[in-house]
Design a protein around this ligand. Structure first.
Ligand code: APR
Ligand code: ZN
Length: 367
């Protein structure tokens, strides 16, 4: 029977979310009904609220979430009721060339970006029957979600839900940028520009692989102090000459530099942070249509590389359980990312805090 669910809805016009009851359909063939228990408040949601990215609307927001499978539709084999799952905001079709090549994040058969399930439907509606769209086909700021089977990845039941929710986006995006995209070797030097939930995950990934030194850059002293707890060896305030500071620490520049904000000026700064032959990694996502100016001659002559990183180059069904194990064995202190546990009704304040550069990560608890 269709059920109601308290959810945070964005109408596409203001930057405020309205928390109200919405209708959630039964899971159809190949679909999974999840009772969400936690949803992170991520920078990518803010891009949408602030009008930087356009989406079908009204939208149930949230794309990093975890919960328990409540029911499955016909043909579902990967998960069963009672399984604990982390949701992936990019459901791979498992049939296209990118999926076959292990690049699930580049799947060409998914309709996640259109906020639609594989059959083109949306499982959500307002009380009057108006269609609502789940953000990136998950819509985790809600008590219930109906998702594609490949978007629900089983994880160990001992994983706390708040930590699990962050594996759904920020942790996978940040740690994966280090391990899957840049493939940073032990002993390499690295700089991380922007230490929010995703940037701190990059710092954790660098500590995991044994990068050294690890230079954290942020405008906020509080974020820098947190980065140090996660393994940054040097801290640099962004309102100083960052390139000079990174050269002072590394000698000729970093082997790897990560931009984890999504701002054009900091993206343009990346090559200056690198040693000749170094690699800059674009993790932060700028507004649609943003164009950066790079000194091309300098980039070519010094043999530097710039690479894009989407969802940490992850295959969710492989990477989510791996990251869960690394947390459970004490190798990744993911619980320290959760700085604020809040109710759904406090979601607007959480985005305001993010806009002010405050809070490591707010997680909405959906008990
Ligand atoms: N220089 C350095 N740091 C900055 C600057 C700047 N000019 N401007 C902002 N910051 C810092 C903020 O202080 C904050 O710590 O960048 C961090 C951004 O963190 P969040 O807002 O928490 O964003 P997060 O969720 O980490 O996402 C960052 O990654 O995946 C993408 O879409 C996501 O584009 C977003 C980015
Ligand atoms: Zn995200």
């Amino acid at each position: 029977m269709p059920r109601t669910s308290l959810a945070a809805v964005h109408d596409g016009r203001s930057d405020r979310l309205d928390v109200r009851e919405v209708r959630v359909a039964d899971p159809g063939p190949g679909q999974v009904l999840v009772r969400l228990r936690a949803s992170g408040v991520c920078g990518s949601d803010r891009h949408v609220l602030d009008g930087e990215w356009q989406l079908p609307s009204p939208t149930v927001m949230g794309h990093e979430g975890a919960g328990v499978v409540e029911a499955v539709g016909d043909g579902v084999v990967d998960v069963a009721p009672g399984d604990h799952v982390v949701l992936s905001w990019y459901y791979p079709c498992r049939r296209c060339a990118a999926c076959a090549a292990g690049r699930a994040w580049a799947c060409t058969g998914t309709r996640s970006n259109d906020c639609l399930l594989p059959d083109g439907s949306t499982p959500l509606a307002d009380a009057d029957g108006t269609a609502l769209y789940p953000y990136l086909a998950v819509g985790t700021m809600s008590e219930y979600a109906v998702v594609a089977e490949s978007a629900a990845v089983k994880v160990p039941a001992e994983l706390p839900f708040d930590v699990a929710s962050l594996i759904g986006c920020s942790v996978t995006t940040g740690v994966g940028a280090v391990t899957n995209n840049a493939k940073v070797p032990a002993g390499a030097s690295a700089a991380v520009v922007g230490c929010g939930g995703v940037g701190l995950s990059v710092v954790m990934g660098l500590a995991l692989v044994g990068a050294d030194p690890v230079v954290a850059v942020d405008l906020s002293d509080e974020k820098l102090a947190t980065a140090q707890r996660f393994g940054a060896t040097h801290l640099v305030r962004a309102d100083t000459d960052v390139a000079a500071a990174v050269r002072g620490i590394t000698g000729t520049g970093a082997d790897y530099a990560f931009e984890v904000i999504g701002r054009v000026p900091t993206i343009e700064m990346l090559p200056a942070l690198l040693t000749p032959g170094g690699t800059g990694v674009l993790v932060g996502l700028p507004p649609v249509g943003a164009v950066a100016g790079i000194d091309v001659l300098e980039l070519a002559e010094s043999g530097k590389t710039l690479i894009g990183s989407n969802y940490g180059g992850a295959v969710p069904s492989l990477d989510f359980p791996r990251l869960a194990r690394l947390y459970l064995s004490g190798r990744l202190p993911l619980d320290e990312l959760v700085s604020h546990r809040i109710g759904l009704g406090e979601v607007n304040e959480a985005f305001d805090a993010m806009r002010a550069g405050e809070r490591t990560r707010s997680v909405i608890v959906l008990d």
